[in-house]
Structures are given as structure tokens and as C-alpha cells.
Design a protein. Sequence first.
Length: 94
Amino acid sequence: MISKQEVEYVAHLARLEIDDAQKDKFTSQLNDILLYIDKLNELDTTGVEPMSHAIAVTNAFREDRIVDSLGTEKSLANAPDGRGEFFRVPKVIE
């Protein structure tokens, strides 16, 4: 179990200033977490494969393919103020 002094020590290491009410609250919360972990340790997990996610995760990205670029004319077709091969934007530096 976590003691109030250990919470104070961790708060000191983290450069946190906490009052007595917060120390009591954090001590209680940390002890509840440790009790829950102890309860989880009671489970028989033999034969259970480790996993990184609770559900199967698949890659949602498209396949990498080499394709032609859009091109300057198509890129600037809807530009409000295209000058030559560039986008013209308002000045932002004074």
C-alpha cells in the first residue's frame, strides 16, 4: 500500500505543491489502483497471447504507389490569386 509520505515524496520529485486534502485523495486513489492490480493478478492468464489492442487493428492507409503529381496548372486552377507558378498570399510580416 502507498503511504501519505510516499505521495509527498513523489509530489516533491514532480515539483508539485499539494495540500493535505489532495495528499489524502491521491493516497486513496493510488491504493485503489494497486488493489485493482492485485485483483487482476489473481486471474489465470496461462495460454493467453499478449496483445497490444483489445480488438484487431488493421492498417487503414492506402498502398504506397508511384503516381504522377497534380501539376502546376491543376494546382493553381482554383487559386484566388495565382501568379505564374506560385500562390500569391497576403503579406504576413510587417
